[in-house]
Ligand binder design. Sequence first.
Ligand code: SF4
Length: 212
Amino acid sequence: MQRSTSEYKLKPIKRQARQLLGYPHPKPVPRGLHAEQWIGISRDEFHRAKDSGIQYLRSAFPLLHLDGAADGREGWTRDDCLRYLRANGWASTPKSACIGCPFHSNAQWRRLRDEQPEEWADAVAFDAAIRAGNARGNAMGKPLLGEAYLHRSRRPLDQAPIDRVTSHEWAQRQTDIFAQIADAELDDNDAEGCSPWSCRSEETTHVHRESA
Ligand code: SF4
């Protein structure tokens, strides 16, 4: 969500960059001085490679310029990255995302439920807590119209049909390119990744709402 991006990603990154440059807030950073941050956007998601828009913080995208991709083109795809990680002993590398991200696929919710029970409990509690909207918004006279849910089925998360394999997941399983890739990794592909300067919530509504 945009608020989580700004609070938990952008602010700490900016604070640390200023610290490293020797100009912590509120000191102005001199023009021309900047930190470079490397962001792992793969070629399949090159449209997410965005600059920070902050004069003292420049983004670099090293994966987009690597040689050695399976198709011989410049830049690595997600499959190139997975192949490299497997070859170096990293068996399972699911995409990272906030625990309660409303863009999780069913596969991602299942993995959270089955492999990370504490985080799953957190997400279920968070989902219940957002039903009536944001407390501050309500207090300020801007109530949520309807109800908010994390899962697209608009059901409480612990009752949502996350065991349903979507048609997209089936399609991906049937076009399995690398037999050794675990199902979990394949399933993970139906949701795009999220990065500090290209949060998915900038493109679509981030909480599923149901009209009252
Ligand atoms: S879109 Fe999801 S992963 Fe990205 S910042 Fe928002 S909640 Fe987190």
